[in-house]
Design a protein around this ligand. Structure first.
Ligand code: TEU
Length: 579
């Protein structure tokens, strides 16, 4: 087998199909120096936890130099580590520590935008004639409007963090585009110099030993330009007068061209793993992104399933109950849609999403079984599973009750806007408690000691008081813990080809309580049955019922009420059967 500069093992090129990825959000993972903020040495100190879980890859959220306006997703130097997190030497040690344990490192790649403190942007904003001016999106005020006054923005687009997506810059009297915070100006990917700089930077990381990239909002890099480079207004929904720019900023006309170019220039033939974060991508888009010919990325993160508990047409803050039949239909559409071409990524949680056990499980009386059953349903699908730090412990939402407890820029900016528009504080707090990104960002609960073993200082975001019960030390010693359930699910992927490659068929599509499916690979069959409700569920399996005589795996409960092909599942009960 050909050996590439960056791989020393003999795994096949698509090794990531049988891999499980673990995401570390470094700020909240483990603090080695007592400043209350997690760091690289904290990660190095906990690698045995990842090895015990059995994951193959660590995806590290951004550790680059950053003013930390969006916790590192605003990067001012792509090639250095922020002193908050450590040094390049620490990162090298992390890479070595992972490789020594047979694990790989995926870096976050945030190249839709930089920080406004990145030298490229500092130059760009220094004058309209600066050679880097066209590395970003600069536009004059709307004709007939006084620059810098309300409504004078070049388009009416709303930014993802509330307010307009344009910032007025007095130095030159023009505006720059920022789809996220005003400290995250969008790079202009139309400019070939920008693309070449990004590819060169990525190659340097590969040479340093990183094994892949998670690409932040990578389907936002191409914008839909009108005649003469114009950018059109979006449709206005609701109060505030701002419009929806996403038809012009998501999945733009050149996105596949740019990603195929990046693949050719940086990624092809190196045995890496790549995953694109793609809000708004459909199954059809995902097929194109992940088709190995010509090759763009190995897989993408869909947002469709995590949008199912928002009201249609509203924002993530407009809460709606999840219908299990919608979730099953959606995950099934992705399983079936990417069955022939492309590949799925599988996730419940990440640093932007609330905790799954609080969201679609029951973080009270059924915390352990509901966390396990949700994990079973996800991990036995076809695709590459992603585990977000603490998910393997069944960590819950923060349950904050006061605005002052939140730190997240998206949450705080939306709350302010909502209050300004007259939404009652109680409603604002309720939406935040359900959906805020800070739910995922409370420190990892390592043990029952004060501050959960996360830090000896004052944590940047409050530790959840439930750490006295929910923590890694307790979970590691309890054979019935959520941790050991995840460990077993990960091991199943490594031992059974049917988990990796088997065909998928949904059973009982209309059942509002039970998620059941069948995986098939040649003679191997795997039946997955999960009651995702707090009620008993009677299941008539029909022909698939014969499989119940096979080997039971990852059961949440002992014993089983069964009569032939019919059985009764207890609240949140799940198991798989290999036949
Ligand atoms: O998130 C992209 C994105 O769409 C966000 O709007 C996110 O999904 C949203 O907050 C959920 O409501 C990525 C990163 O994952 C996120 O942490 C960054 O803030 C964002 O890009 C900008 O880099």
């Amino acid at each position: 087998m050909t050996q590439h500069a960056t791989t020393t093992d003999a795994r096949p090129a698509d090794w990531w199909k049988s891999a499980v990825v673990y995401q570390v959000y470094p700020r909240s993972f483990a603090d080695s120096d007592g400043d209350g903020i997690g760091d690289l040495r904290g990660v190095i100190g906990r690698l045995d936890h990842l090895a015990a879980l059995g994951v193959d890859v660590l995806w590290l959220s951004p550790i680059y130099r950053s003013p930390q306006d969006d916790n590192g997703y605003d990067i001012s130097d792509y090639e250095d580590v922020d002193p908050l997190f450590g040094t390049l030497a620490d990162l090298d040690e992390l890479i070595a520590g992972l490789h020594a344990r047979g694990m790989k490192l995926v870096m976050d790649l945030v190249v839709n935008h930089t920080s406004d403190e990145h030298p490229w942007f500092v130059e760009s904003r220094s004058g309209a004639d600066n050679p880097k001016r066209h590395w970003y999106w600069w536009r004059p005020a709307r004709p007939g409007h006084e620059p810098g006054t309300p409504g004078a923005e070049p388009t009416n687009w709303r930014g993802f963090f509330s307010g307009p997506a344009w910032q007025y810059d007095e130095a030159t009297g023009e505006y720059y585009l920022h789809l996220f915070s005003r400290k995250q100006p969008d790079l202009n990917w139309e400019n070939p110099q920008v693309r070449q700089e990004v590819y060169a930077m990525m190659r340097r990381w590969v040479e340093r030993g990183v094994d892949g990239f998670r690409m932040d909002v990578i389907n936002f890099i191409s914008k839909q330009l009108g005649p003469g480079g114009s950018l059109p207004d979006g449709v206005v929904h609701g109060a505030g007068g701002l419009g929806d720019g996403t038809p012009y900023t998501i999945n733009g006309p050149r996105v596949h061209e740019f990603l195929a170019e990046m693949h050719r220039e940086v990624l092809a033939g190196r045995g890496l793993i790549t995953v694109g974060e793609t809000p708004g991508a459909t199954v059809a888009d995902a097929i194109r992104f992940t088709d190995p010919v010509p090759g763009e990325v190995d897989m993408v993160f869909t947002f469709e399933h995590v949008n199912l508990d928002s009201a249609p047409g509203g924002s993530k803050w407009d809460l709606a109950p999840l219908r299990l039949t919608d979730l099953k239909a959606n995950l099934t559409a992705w399983q079936e849609g990417l069955a022939e071409v492309g590949w799925n990524s599988l996730y419940w949680d990440n640093h932007d999403q609330p905790r799954i056990v609080s969201r679609w499980g029951d973080d009270g009386a059924h915390r352990v079984t509901s966390a396990k059953s949700l994990a079973t349903v996800l991990h036995l699908l076809r695709g590459t599973p992603y585990v977000y730090q603490g998910e393997e412990l069944g960590m819950t939402n923060a349950h904050f009750t006061d605005l002052g407890q939140y730190q997240d820029i998206e949450s705080l900016r939306w709350a302010q806007e909502a209050i300004d528009h007259g939404l009652a504080l109680g409603s604002v707090l309720h939406s935040l408690a359900v959906k805020s990104r800070d739910n995922a960002r409370t420190p990892v609960q390592w043990d029952a000691s004060p501050n959960a073993g996360f830090t000896t200082g004052t944590p940047w975001l409050a530790v959840n008081p439930n750490h006295t019960e929910i923590n890694a030390a307790a979970a590691r010693t309890d054979p019935d813990s959520v941790f050991h359930h995840y460990r077993q699910l990960i091991a199943l992927r490594h031992t059974h080809d049917v988990v990796v490659h088997g065909d998928y068929r949904l059973l009982l599509p209309a059942d509002e309580r039970v998620f059941a499916y069948l995986r098939t690979l040649g003679p191997q069959r795997l039946l997955v049955l999960a009651n995702l409700s707090g009620d008993d569920a009677v299941v008539h399996l029909g022909d698939a019922g014969v499989l119940l005589d096979g080997e039971v795996l990852v059961p949440t409960h002992e014993g089983r009420a069964r009569a032939g092909r019919t059985l009764t599942l207890q609240p949140w009960e799940s198991f798989a059967v290999l036949a």
